[in-house]
Design a protein around this ligand. Structure first.
Ligand code: SF4
Length: 494
Protein backbone atom coordinates (compact mmCIF):
# COMPACT_ATOMS: atom_id res chain seq x y z
CA UNK A 1 0.00 0.00 0.00
CA UNK A 2 1.31 3.44 -0.89
CA UNK A 3 2.05 5.64 2.09
CA UNK A 4 -0.33 8.34 3.26
CA UNK A 5 0.20 12.06 3.28
CA UNK A 6 -0.50 13.04 6.89
CA UNK A 7 -0.54 16.56 8.25
CA UNK A 8 2.93 16.25 9.80
CA UNK A 9 4.29 15.02 6.47
CA UNK A 10 2.49 17.87 4.72
CA UNK A 11 4.22 20.38 7.02
CA UNK A 12 7.59 18.71 6.34
CA UNK A 13 6.88 18.79 2.61
CA UNK A 14 6.23 22.52 2.71
CA UNK A 15 9.65 22.94 4.22
CA UNK A 16 11.68 20.63 2.05
CA UNK A 17 11.13 17.73 -0.41
CA UNK A 18 14.19 15.93 0.94
CA UNK A 19 12.82 16.04 4.49
CA UNK A 20 9.45 14.70 3.35
CA UNK A 21 11.04 11.87 1.36
CA UNK A 22 13.34 10.93 4.26
CA UNK A 23 10.44 10.76 6.73
CA UNK A 24 8.65 8.35 4.36
CA UNK A 25 11.54 6.17 3.19
CA UNK A 26 14.40 6.42 5.67
CA UNK A 27 13.06 7.74 8.99
CA UNK A 28 15.83 5.96 10.91
CA UNK A 29 18.41 8.28 9.31
CA UNK A 30 16.77 11.27 10.99
CA UNK A 31 18.49 12.05 14.30
CA UNK A 32 16.43 11.25 17.41
CA UNK A 33 14.79 14.33 18.95
CA UNK A 34 16.93 15.94 21.63
CA UNK A 35 15.92 15.68 25.29
CA UNK A 36 14.63 19.23 25.02
CA UNK A 37 12.57 18.59 21.87
CA UNK A 38 11.14 15.51 23.55
CA UNK A 39 10.21 17.63 26.55
CA UNK A 40 8.32 20.08 24.29
CA UNK A 41 6.62 17.25 22.40
CA UNK A 42 5.34 15.76 25.66
CA UNK A 43 4.24 19.19 26.84
CA UNK A 44 2.34 19.68 23.54
CA UNK A 45 0.51 16.38 24.04
CA UNK A 46 -0.42 17.30 27.62
CA UNK A 47 -1.71 20.70 26.51
CA UNK A 48 -3.84 19.04 23.82
CA UNK A 49 -5.47 16.83 26.45
CA UNK A 50 -6.01 19.77 28.81
CA UNK A 51 -7.73 21.81 26.09
CA UNK A 52 -10.33 19.04 25.74
CA UNK A 53 -11.75 20.32 29.03
CA UNK A 54 -13.01 23.37 27.10
CA UNK A 55 -15.58 20.97 25.61
CA UNK A 56 -16.91 19.09 28.67
CA UNK A 57 -19.37 16.95 26.71
CA UNK A 58 -16.71 15.76 24.28
CA UNK A 59 -15.62 12.21 23.69
CA UNK A 60 -12.04 11.06 23.05
CA UNK A 61 -11.52 8.47 20.33
CA UNK A 62 -8.80 5.89 20.93
CA UNK A 63 -5.61 6.59 19.01
CA UNK A 64 -3.71 3.38 19.70
CA UNK A 65 -5.21 1.64 16.68
CA UNK A 66 -5.27 3.37 13.29
CA UNK A 67 -8.20 1.43 11.78
CA UNK A 68 -10.26 1.53 14.98
CA UNK A 69 -9.75 5.28 15.21
CA UNK A 70 -10.98 5.77 11.62
CA UNK A 71 -13.96 3.49 12.20
CA UNK A 72 -14.97 5.04 15.54
CA UNK A 73 -14.65 8.53 14.08
CA UNK A 74 -17.31 7.66 11.49
CA UNK A 75 -19.51 5.95 14.07
CA UNK A 76 -19.40 8.71 16.69
CA UNK A 77 -20.16 11.51 14.22
CA UNK A 78 -23.86 10.86 14.70
CA UNK A 79 -23.69 11.37 18.51
CA UNK A 80 -23.91 15.15 18.13
CA UNK A 81 -21.13 15.79 20.66
CA UNK A 82 -17.59 17.21 20.31
CA UNK A 83 -15.06 14.60 19.22
CA UNK A 84 -11.40 14.51 20.21
CA UNK A 85 -8.81 12.88 17.90
CA UNK A 86 -11.31 11.97 15.17
CA UNK A 87 -9.54 11.06 11.92
CA UNK A 88 -10.59 10.88 8.29
CA UNK A 89 -9.04 9.54 5.14
CA UNK A 90 -9.66 10.48 1.54
CA UNK A 91 -7.64 8.59 -1.08
CA UNK A 92 -4.10 9.04 0.23
CA UNK A 93 -4.55 12.11 2.39
CA UNK A 94 -5.23 11.70 6.08
CA UNK A 95 -5.63 13.96 9.11
CA UNK A 96 -6.64 13.65 12.75
CA UNK A 97 -8.36 16.60 14.42
CA UNK A 98 -7.63 17.72 17.95
CA UNK A 99 -11.27 18.79 18.37
CA UNK A 100 -14.31 18.70 16.11
CA UNK A 101 -17.42 20.39 17.47
CA UNK A 102 -20.78 19.76 15.81
CA UNK A 103 -22.92 22.74 14.79
CA UNK A 104 -26.69 22.87 14.75
CA UNK A 105 -26.70 22.84 10.95
CA UNK A 106 -24.91 19.49 10.82
CA UNK A 107 -21.52 21.02 10.05
CA UNK A 108 -18.36 21.00 12.24
CA UNK A 109 -16.14 23.59 13.86
CA UNK A 110 -12.52 22.51 13.70
CA UNK A 111 -10.07 23.37 16.52
CA UNK A 112 -6.33 22.76 16.55
CA UNK A 113 -4.52 23.07 19.88
CA UNK A 114 -0.99 24.50 19.99
CA UNK A 115 1.18 24.99 23.03
CA UNK A 116 2.59 28.26 21.70
CA UNK A 117 1.30 31.68 22.69
CA UNK A 118 0.61 33.01 19.19
CA UNK A 119 -0.61 31.70 15.87
CA UNK A 120 2.27 30.86 13.52
CA UNK A 121 2.35 30.28 9.77
CA UNK A 122 3.00 26.57 10.32
CA UNK A 123 -0.21 26.30 12.40
CA UNK A 124 -2.24 27.85 9.59
CA UNK A 125 -0.82 25.38 7.08
CA UNK A 126 -1.60 22.57 9.51
CA UNK A 127 -5.26 23.49 10.07
CA UNK A 128 -5.81 24.34 6.38
CA UNK A 129 -4.60 20.89 5.40
CA UNK A 130 -6.99 19.34 7.94
CA UNK A 131 -9.94 21.27 6.57
CA UNK A 132 -8.98 20.19 3.05
CA UNK A 133 -8.79 16.51 4.07
CA UNK A 134 -12.01 16.55 6.10
CA UNK A 135 -14.00 18.21 3.34
CA UNK A 136 -12.62 15.71 0.83
CA UNK A 137 -13.80 13.00 3.21
CA UNK A 138 -17.32 14.46 3.18
CA UNK A 139 -17.45 16.67 6.30
CA UNK A 140 -18.71 20.23 6.16
CA UNK A 141 -16.21 22.39 8.09
CA UNK A 142 -17.94 25.59 9.09
CA UNK A 143 -15.09 27.31 10.94
CA UNK A 144 -11.44 26.84 11.82
CA UNK A 145 -9.86 28.05 15.06
CA UNK A 146 -6.54 27.69 16.80
CA UNK A 147 -6.44 27.24 20.54
CA UNK A 148 -3.21 28.73 21.92
CA UNK A 149 -1.85 29.64 25.35
CA UNK A 150 -2.80 32.99 26.86
CA UNK A 151 0.46 34.20 28.39
CA UNK A 152 -1.27 37.08 30.20
CA UNK A 153 -3.12 34.67 32.45
CA UNK A 154 -1.89 34.88 36.05
CA UNK A 155 -2.24 31.56 37.83
CA UNK A 156 -3.64 31.94 41.35
CA UNK A 157 -3.24 28.34 42.44
CA UNK A 158 -6.49 27.04 40.87
CA UNK A 159 -6.23 26.39 37.17
CA UNK A 160 -8.84 28.25 35.11
CA UNK A 161 -8.88 26.48 31.75
CA UNK A 162 -10.91 29.24 30.07
CA UNK A 163 -8.27 31.80 30.97
CA UNK A 164 -5.29 29.56 30.24
CA UNK A 165 -6.30 29.23 26.60
CA UNK A 166 -7.36 31.72 23.99
CA UNK A 167 -9.30 30.72 20.89
CA UNK A 168 -8.47 32.49 17.65
CA UNK A 169 -10.67 32.15 14.60
CA UNK A 170 -8.51 31.78 11.47
CA UNK A 171 -11.16 31.28 8.75
CA UNK A 172 -9.91 34.07 6.53
CA UNK A 173 -6.29 32.93 6.64
CA UNK A 174 -7.33 29.33 5.98
CA UNK A 175 -9.45 30.37 2.98
CA UNK A 176 -6.41 32.16 1.56
CA UNK A 177 -4.28 29.00 1.83
CA UNK A 178 -6.79 26.43 0.58
CA UNK A 179 -6.49 27.04 -3.20
CA UNK A 180 -2.77 26.12 -3.10
CA UNK A 181 -3.29 22.80 -1.28
CA UNK A 182 -4.31 20.51 -4.20
CA UNK A 183 -1.13 21.41 -6.11
CA UNK A 184 1.01 20.92 -2.99
CA UNK A 185 -0.64 17.58 -2.24
CA UNK A 186 -0.09 16.28 -5.73
CA UNK A 187 3.56 17.37 -5.76
CA UNK A 188 4.18 15.82 -2.32
CA UNK A 189 2.56 12.51 -3.28
CA UNK A 190 4.83 12.45 -6.31
CA UNK A 191 7.92 12.99 -4.10
CA UNK A 192 6.76 10.30 -1.66
CA UNK A 193 6.37 7.78 -4.51
CA UNK A 194 9.93 8.25 -5.79
CA UNK A 195 12.53 5.60 -5.09
CA UNK A 196 15.34 8.11 -4.93
CA UNK A 197 15.74 10.95 -2.44
CA UNK A 198 15.48 14.43 -4.00
CA UNK A 199 18.87 16.15 -4.03
CA UNK A 200 17.81 19.35 -2.30
CA UNK A 201 20.56 21.89 -1.67
CA UNK A 202 20.80 23.71 1.68
CA UNK A 203 18.28 26.57 1.65
CA UNK A 204 17.07 29.33 4.03
CA UNK A 205 14.36 27.12 5.59
CA UNK A 206 17.03 24.65 6.77
CA UNK A 207 17.64 27.07 9.63
CA UNK A 208 14.44 29.11 9.41
CA UNK A 209 12.58 29.79 12.67
CA UNK A 210 13.90 26.50 14.00
CA UNK A 211 16.69 24.27 12.78
CA UNK A 212 15.69 21.33 10.59
CA UNK A 213 16.20 18.02 12.39
CA UNK A 214 18.27 16.86 9.38
CA UNK A 215 20.64 19.84 9.37
CA UNK A 216 23.60 17.89 10.72
CA UNK A 217 22.99 15.06 8.26
CA UNK A 218 22.69 17.42 5.29
CA UNK A 219 25.73 19.49 6.23
CA UNK A 220 27.70 16.55 7.63
CA UNK A 221 30.37 16.62 4.92
CA UNK A 222 31.07 20.28 5.30
CA UNK A 223 34.40 21.23 6.91
CA UNK A 224 34.78 22.96 10.29
CA UNK A 225 34.25 26.70 9.86
CA UNK A 226 32.09 26.17 6.82
CA UNK A 227 30.00 28.91 5.23
CA UNK A 228 26.83 27.90 7.10
CA UNK A 229 28.56 29.15 10.28
CA UNK A 230 29.00 32.72 9.04
CA UNK A 231 27.97 35.00 11.92
CA UNK A 232 24.78 37.07 11.94
CA UNK A 233 23.97 35.81 8.46
CA UNK A 234 20.55 37.34 7.96
CA UNK A 235 21.45 37.91 4.30
CA UNK A 236 21.96 34.15 3.83
CA UNK A 237 25.46 34.59 2.41
CA UNK A 238 26.25 31.05 3.56
CA UNK A 239 23.56 29.55 1.38
CA UNK A 240 24.51 31.73 -1.61
CA UNK A 241 28.12 30.57 -1.24
CA UNK A 242 27.16 26.90 -0.92
CA UNK A 243 25.15 27.19 -4.09
CA UNK A 244 28.26 28.60 -5.81
CA UNK A 245 30.17 25.50 -4.66
CA UNK A 246 32.16 27.30 -1.91
CA UNK A 247 32.00 25.37 1.36
CA UNK A 248 34.86 26.65 3.57
CA UNK A 249 34.92 30.21 4.90
CA UNK A 250 38.66 30.38 4.15
CA UNK A 251 37.87 29.88 0.45
CA UNK A 252 35.48 32.82 0.15
CA UNK A 253 37.04 35.02 -2.55
CA UNK A 254 37.85 38.67 -1.81
CA UNK A 255 35.44 39.62 -4.56
CA UNK A 256 32.51 38.27 -2.48
CA UNK A 257 31.39 41.18 -0.35
CA UNK A 258 30.95 40.25 3.32
CA UNK A 259 29.64 42.40 6.19
CA UNK A 260 32.38 43.61 8.59
CA UNK A 261 31.90 40.88 11.22
CA UNK A 262 31.93 38.08 8.66
CA UNK A 263 35.06 39.65 7.19
CA UNK A 264 36.76 39.46 10.62
CA UNK A 265 35.59 35.87 10.94
CA UNK A 266 37.12 34.96 7.57
CA UNK A 267 40.42 36.72 8.33
CA UNK A 268 40.70 34.93 11.71
CA UNK A 269 40.23 31.57 10.00
CA UNK A 270 42.75 32.31 7.27
CA UNK A 271 45.41 33.55 9.72
CA UNK A 272 44.35 31.10 12.45
CA UNK A 273 44.63 33.98 14.90
CA UNK A 274 42.17 35.73 17.18
CA UNK A 275 41.09 39.30 16.49
CA UNK A 276 41.07 41.79 19.35
CA UNK A 277 40.03 45.44 19.37
CA UNK A 278 42.15 46.38 22.36
CA UNK A 279 40.81 49.86 22.80
CA UNK A 280 37.21 48.74 23.14
CA UNK A 281 38.07 45.72 25.28
CA UNK A 282 40.16 47.93 27.59
CA UNK A 283 37.36 50.44 27.84
CA UNK A 284 34.93 47.62 28.82
CA UNK A 285 37.35 46.27 31.44
CA UNK A 286 38.05 49.74 32.84
CA UNK A 287 34.32 50.15 33.41
CA UNK A 288 34.20 47.26 35.91
CA UNK A 289 34.23 48.17 39.59
CA UNK A 290 34.97 46.03 42.66
CA UNK A 291 33.56 44.12 44.39
CA UNK A 292 33.03 42.42 41.04
CA UNK A 293 30.24 39.83 40.87
CA UNK A 294 29.23 37.35 38.16
CA UNK A 295 25.63 36.19 38.25
CA UNK A 296 23.69 33.54 36.37
CA UNK A 297 20.13 32.27 36.83
CA UNK A 298 18.68 28.94 35.76
CA UNK A 299 14.95 29.05 35.22
CA UNK A 300 12.02 26.76 34.67
CA UNK A 301 8.88 27.47 32.70
CA UNK A 302 5.77 25.62 31.67
CA UNK A 303 2.83 26.20 29.37
CA UNK A 304 0.75 25.57 32.49
CA UNK A 305 2.23 27.76 35.24
CA UNK A 306 3.99 25.77 37.93
CA UNK A 307 3.59 28.33 40.70
CA UNK A 308 0.95 30.74 41.98
CA UNK A 309 1.50 34.33 40.92
CA UNK A 310 3.16 33.35 37.64
CA UNK A 311 2.09 33.26 34.01
CA UNK A 312 2.34 30.60 31.29
CA UNK A 313 5.92 30.33 30.01
CA UNK A 314 7.19 32.78 32.58
CA UNK A 315 10.83 31.87 33.25
CA UNK A 316 10.92 31.37 37.00
CA UNK A 317 14.42 31.28 38.53
CA UNK A 318 15.06 28.21 40.67
CA UNK A 319 18.85 28.48 40.89
CA UNK A 320 21.65 30.98 40.76
CA UNK A 321 25.40 30.97 40.91
CA UNK A 322 27.25 34.04 42.09
CA UNK A 323 31.03 34.40 42.04
CA UNK A 324 32.64 37.46 43.55
CA UNK A 325 36.04 39.08 43.91
CA UNK A 326 35.96 41.73 46.59
CA UNK A 327 39.23 43.28 45.32
CA UNK A 328 41.02 42.88 42.02
CA UNK A 329 43.71 40.58 43.45
CA UNK A 330 41.36 38.76 45.81
CA UNK A 331 40.59 35.06 45.45
CA UNK A 332 37.24 34.05 43.94
CA UNK A 333 34.37 33.49 46.42
CA UNK A 334 31.31 31.49 45.48
CA UNK A 335 27.66 31.69 46.58
CA UNK A 336 24.90 29.56 45.14
CA UNK A 337 21.23 28.71 45.53
CA UNK A 338 19.32 25.71 44.23
CA UNK A 339 15.73 25.34 45.34
CA UNK A 340 14.84 22.02 46.95
CA UNK A 341 11.25 20.98 46.30
CA UNK A 342 8.20 21.58 44.12
CA UNK A 343 7.22 24.83 45.90
CA UNK A 344 7.74 28.34 44.52
CA UNK A 345 11.51 28.92 44.56
CA UNK A 346 11.37 32.71 44.28
CA UNK A 347 10.84 33.86 47.91
CA UNK A 348 13.82 31.91 49.24
CA UNK A 349 15.96 32.69 46.19
CA UNK A 350 15.32 36.43 46.48
CA UNK A 351 16.01 36.42 50.23
CA UNK A 352 19.39 34.74 49.77
CA UNK A 353 20.33 36.77 46.69
CA UNK A 354 19.66 40.01 48.53
CA UNK A 355 22.12 38.99 51.21
CA UNK A 356 24.77 37.52 48.84
CA UNK A 357 24.95 40.23 46.21
CA UNK A 358 25.84 43.23 48.37
CA UNK A 359 25.02 46.83 47.54
CA UNK A 360 27.92 47.98 45.40
CA UNK A 361 30.21 46.88 42.60
CA UNK A 362 29.60 45.67 39.06
CA UNK A 363 27.48 42.59 38.45
CA UNK A 364 28.60 40.83 35.30
CA UNK A 365 26.19 38.67 33.34
CA UNK A 366 26.33 37.17 29.88
CA UNK A 367 23.32 38.38 27.84
CA UNK A 368 21.73 40.83 30.25
CA UNK A 369 18.23 40.71 28.77
CA UNK A 370 17.78 37.39 30.50
CA UNK A 371 18.98 38.23 34.02
CA UNK A 372 17.44 41.72 33.93
CA UNK A 373 14.16 40.25 32.66
CA UNK A 374 13.96 37.78 35.55
CA UNK A 375 14.81 40.47 38.10
CA UNK A 376 12.20 42.86 36.68
CA UNK A 377 9.56 40.12 36.87
CA UNK A 378 10.57 39.39 40.46
CA UNK A 379 10.20 43.10 41.31
CA UNK A 380 6.67 43.07 39.86
CA UNK A 381 5.59 39.75 41.36
CA UNK A 382 7.15 40.43 44.78
CA UNK A 383 6.94 44.24 45.06
CA UNK A 384 8.34 44.27 48.60
CA UNK A 385 11.72 43.54 46.91
CA UNK A 386 11.39 46.23 44.24
CA UNK A 387 13.86 48.73 45.68
CA UNK A 388 16.89 46.48 46.12
CA UNK A 389 16.16 44.62 42.86
CA UNK A 390 16.19 47.90 40.92
CA UNK A 391 19.50 48.77 42.55
CA UNK A 392 20.90 45.37 41.51
CA UNK A 393 19.70 45.88 37.91
CA UNK A 394 21.46 49.24 37.74
CA UNK A 395 24.80 47.54 38.59
CA UNK A 396 24.60 44.96 35.79
CA UNK A 397 27.09 45.00 32.90
CA UNK A 398 26.79 42.64 29.97
CA UNK A 399 29.94 40.72 29.00
CA UNK A 400 28.12 39.48 25.91
CA UNK A 401 28.29 42.95 24.32
CA UNK A 402 32.02 43.07 23.47
CA UNK A 403 31.72 39.65 21.83
CA UNK A 404 28.52 40.54 20.00
CA UNK A 405 30.26 43.68 18.74
CA UNK A 406 33.24 41.55 17.61
CA UNK A 407 35.71 43.37 19.79
CA UNK A 408 37.14 39.91 20.22
CA UNK A 409 36.78 36.89 17.95
CA UNK A 410 38.60 33.57 17.95
CA UNK A 411 38.35 31.11 15.02
CA UNK A 412 37.37 28.33 17.45
CA UNK A 413 34.12 30.18 18.20
CA UNK A 414 32.97 28.78 14.83
CA UNK A 415 30.62 31.67 14.17
CA UNK A 416 29.00 31.76 17.61
CA UNK A 417 29.17 34.42 20.31
CA UNK A 418 27.47 32.28 22.93
CA UNK A 419 29.23 31.72 26.25
CA UNK A 420 29.45 28.01 25.45
CA UNK A 421 31.70 28.83 22.49
CA UNK A 422 33.48 31.96 23.75
CA UNK A 423 34.68 30.42 27.03
CA UNK A 424 36.47 27.40 25.54
CA UNK A 425 37.85 29.38 22.58
CA UNK A 426 39.33 32.03 24.84
CA UNK A 427 40.36 30.03 27.92
CA UNK A 428 40.39 26.35 26.96
CA UNK A 429 37.82 25.60 29.70
CA UNK A 430 34.82 23.81 28.28
CA UNK A 431 31.44 22.35 29.17
CA UNK A 432 32.14 19.28 27.08
CA UNK A 433 32.34 16.61 29.77
CA UNK A 434 29.46 17.93 31.84
CA UNK A 435 26.18 16.02 31.93
CA UNK A 436 24.23 19.26 31.97
CA UNK A 437 26.04 21.41 29.46
CA UNK A 438 23.39 23.75 28.08
CA UNK A 439 21.01 26.21 29.71
CA UNK A 440 18.10 24.61 27.84
CA UNK A 441 18.70 21.25 29.54
CA UNK A 442 18.62 22.63 33.10
CA UNK A 443 14.82 23.21 33.31
CA UNK A 444 14.06 19.63 32.24
CA UNK A 445 16.58 18.38 34.83
CA UNK A 446 14.95 20.46 37.58
CA UNK A 447 11.48 19.27 36.50
CA UNK A 448 12.71 15.69 36.71
CA UNK A 449 13.86 16.33 40.26
CA UNK A 450 10.61 17.72 41.64
CA UNK A 451 7.74 17.16 39.19
CA UNK A 452 8.29 13.52 38.29
CA UNK A 453 7.03 10.99 40.83
CA UNK A 454 9.28 8.28 39.43
CA UNK A 455 12.54 10.09 40.22
CA UNK A 456 14.45 8.39 43.02
CA UNK A 457 16.32 10.17 45.81
CA UNK A 458 19.64 9.00 44.31
CA UNK A 459 18.73 10.42 40.90
CA UNK A 460 17.59 13.68 42.47
CA UNK A 461 20.83 14.08 44.37
CA UNK A 462 22.87 13.34 41.22
CA UNK A 463 20.90 15.88 39.14
CA UNK A 464 21.33 18.53 41.84
CA UNK A 465 25.10 18.00 41.81
CA UNK A 466 25.19 18.37 38.02
CA UNK A 467 23.01 21.49 38.11
CA UNK A 468 25.28 23.11 40.68
CA UNK A 469 28.38 22.22 38.66
CA UNK A 470 26.91 23.63 35.44
CA UNK A 471 25.63 26.92 36.83
CA UNK A 472 28.86 27.47 38.75
CA UNK A 473 30.97 27.20 35.58
CA UNK A 474 28.77 29.82 33.90
CA UNK A 475 29.80 32.44 36.47
CA UNK A 476 33.35 31.27 37.12
CA UNK A 477 33.73 31.35 33.33
CA UNK A 478 32.96 35.08 33.27
CA UNK A 479 35.91 35.69 35.59
CA UNK A 480 38.14 33.44 33.47
CA UNK A 481 37.18 35.47 30.39
CA UNK A 482 37.89 38.76 32.13
CA UNK A 483 41.23 37.45 33.34
CA UNK A 484 42.24 36.31 29.85
CA UNK A 485 41.15 39.56 28.20
CA UNK A 486 43.20 41.48 30.78
CA UNK A 487 46.20 39.26 30.06
CA UNK A 488 45.90 39.89 26.32
CA UNK A 489 45.70 43.64 26.82
CA UNK A 490 48.56 43.76 29.34
CA UNK A 491 50.75 41.47 27.21
CA UNK A 492 50.92 44.10 24.50
CA UNK A 493 51.14 47.01 26.90
CA UNK A 494 54.05 45.43 28.75
S1 SF4 B 1 18.53 20.40 6.36
FE1 SF4 B 1 17.59 21.54 4.69
S2 SF4 B 1 17.95 20.31 2.87
FE2 SF4 B 1 18.29 19.00 4.63
S3 SF4 B 1 16.32 18.00 4.94
FE3 SF4 B 1 16.37 19.79 6.28
S4 SF4 B 1 15.40 21.40 5.15
FE4 SF4 B 1 15.94 19.78 3.67
Amino acid sequence: MKSLLTKSRYICGLRCPKLLWTYCHAPKTIPEPTQLTQFYLTQGTDIGILAQQLFPKGRAIRIDNFSANLRDSQTFMSLGIPLFEASFLSDRIYARADILEPTEEGAWNLYEVKSSTAVKEEHLNDISFQKYVFEKAGLNIKSCSLIVINNHYVFDGTLDIRQLFKIENVDEKVEALLPEIPRQVSSMLDIMDRNICPQTKIHPLCKGNRYCEMLEVCTGNLPKNNVTSLVFDSENNGIALLNKGITAIKDIPDSFELPAKQQIQRDCIITNKAFIDKENIKSFLDGLTYPLYALDFETVQGAVPLYSNSRPYQSVPFQYSLHVKYHENDELHHYEFLHDGPTDPRPALLKQLKSDIGTEGTILVYYDEFEKGRLKEAATDFPENKEWIEAVISRIKDLFLPFKAFHYYHPDQCGSVSLKKVLPALTGVSYQDMEINKGEVAPAAFMKCYFDDLTTETERSHIRTELLKYCSLDTEGLFLIIQELRRLIEKDEG
